[in-house]
Design a protein around this ligand. Structure first.
Ligand SMILES: *Cc1c(COP(=O)(O)O)cnc(C)c1O
Length: 438
């Protein structure tokens, strides 16, 4: 019998399903409605490429494309923050409360953000949010919201001090992070900085000597991400307010009232009671809200800020206004809960998680740790915390599963103080699948 000649392998390009045919798959059509055609076509093209390369069977193109599609039409992905840094700037600072997330969704379509439904005409913008902020800080004569604290400072410096002097201590000329230096921002507005005192000591007399006809305001900045210790002196707001010039206080982290857990952290109510004319703060630090800048203080100053053309360039959008209002009116946001969680409660969660993992053969131990506030707030404050410790080789596969922990020696710590308890289950699942994929 003659041997049958072996056939040359079929040209894989001939068997690659055509794009139109794949896109006709109802599941991919539904995905295109949800995510947009561009993302779906890219996923299909990648699958077709895999067929050409011999890595995928032609009949699996639609399934492979579906599996590769992102969950949402954004490259921003949800992450579990197990670093123990509560307000991690690289991870988006404060997580929004369920009430705030819900408010964002509700406001995302067409809304009455600047429309008076009762009168049927244009209305003032974001009044509900401003009312909520006034109610949360009654000491403020008036309030305003912009895109972040840097915007609040830029607006105050531009509207009040352009071509004039801002008097500021040499100990408060700070860099916030990622190369953002406050003095650079302030001088970029056309204001001049009049530096007083020294790095470690500045007294009220130093300020008094610098005040003059060119002074627009005195600026007090909370050194929010470092501490100077030893031979130091700083003049408090209540000693500066009587000098005559308005005092603008950048309190940084956005506490509206004192928090006994953070005795060294300034708050808006106290700063205003001490005589600050204007307070600026971030909304996405200790307040636990969306990225926004808060301005609270004297009515006449806020009126000048609102009238300045720059305000229009700095005003926040409807989803931010909605999230901020829900944060101010709604239940305690996650950041506040994380800050106030007790160590026994954290230990109970860690033990439950470690036990569940041990049952799946994961080498998990419970260990006491120290968490921090982060995000340029409460420097030096150590929060007692509890973590689940895993062998170091879990670090990479967990990051691939969007869990970011903290390496300490040869162990990966999953610090539970920065994890929303609602995510404990997902955290456990990520560790289990990371183990299986090791
Ligand atoms: C964080 C911080 C800022 C910057 O605030 P953003 O909201 O990030 O613009 C400015 N000043 C102080 C003291 C801060 O802590």
């Amino acid at each position: 019998m003659e041997p049958t000649p072996s056939r040359p392998p079929a040209d894989p390009r001939r068997s690659v399903p055509r794009t139109d045919a794949v896109l006709a798959d109802p599941r991919l059509r539904a995905a295109a409605d949800r995510l947009g055609r561009v993302l779906v076509k890219t996923a299909v093209a990648d699958a077709q490429h895999a067929v050409r390369a011999g890595r995928l069977a032609p009949e699996d193109v639609a399934d492979a494309a579906l599996a590769a599609l992102p969950e949402h039409a954004t490259t921003l992905r949800p992450v579990i923050n197990a670093t123990g840094v509560l307000l991690h700037t690289n991870l988006g600072r404060a997580p929004l409360s369920p009430a705030a997330r819900d408010a964002v969704l509700a406001a995302a379509g067409t809304t009455d953000v600047e429309y008076d439904l009762a009168a049927g005409r244009r209305g003032p913008r974001g009044t509900g949010t401003l009312d909520a902020l006034r109610a949360a800080c009654p000491a403020a004569g008036d309030v305003q919201v912009v895109n972040n604290n840097a915007a609040a400072l830029a607006l105050a410096a531009t509207a009040l001090a352009r071509g004039r002097e801002i008097v500021v201590s040499r100990g408060e000329m700070i860099e916030i992070g990622d190369g953002f230096r406050l003095p650079d921002l302030l001088t970029a507005t056309g204001a001049r900085l009049r530096e007083v005192g020294t790095t470690n000591r500045t007294t009220a007399a130093d300020y008094a000597a610098a005040l003059g006809p060119d002074t627009a305001f005195v600026l007090k900045v909370h050194p929010s991400n470092f501490r100077i210790e030893g031979f130091t002196a700083a003049a408090p707001i209540r000693e500066l307010a009587p000098l005559g010039a308005p005092v603008v206080a950048d309190i940084g982290s956005g506490l509206l009232a004192p928090d006994p857990l953070l005795p060294d952290e300034p708050d808006a109510a106290t700063a205003l009671a001490d005589g600050a004319a204007l307070v600026t703060a971030s909304a996405d630090k200790l307040l636990g809200g969306p990225q926004a800048g808060l301005l609270l203080g004297r009515r006449d100053l806020l009126a000048r800020l609102r009238r300045h053309p720059l305000y229009r360039a700095l005003r926040p959008d409807k989803t931010t206004l909605a999230a901020l209002e829900a944060t101010l009116r709604g239940p305690r946001p996650p950041a506040t809960r994380m800050l106030h969680a007790t160590r026994p409660a954290l230990r109970a969660r860690a033990e439950a998680l470690a036990a569940a993992l041990a049952a799946h053969g994961v080498d998990a131990a419970v260990t006491d740790t120290v968490a921090t506030v982060g995000g340029g707030a409460a420097p030096g404050v150590e929060l007692p915390s509890v973590a689940v410790a895993l062998p170091a080789h879990y670090e990479r596969p967990l990051r691939a599963r969007r869990v970011v922990g903290r390496m300490e020696g040869d162990r990966l710590l999953l610090d539970l103080r920065s994890v929303d308890p609602a995510d404990d289950r997902a955290l456990g699942a990520a560790v289990r699948t990371a183990r299986e994929g090791n």
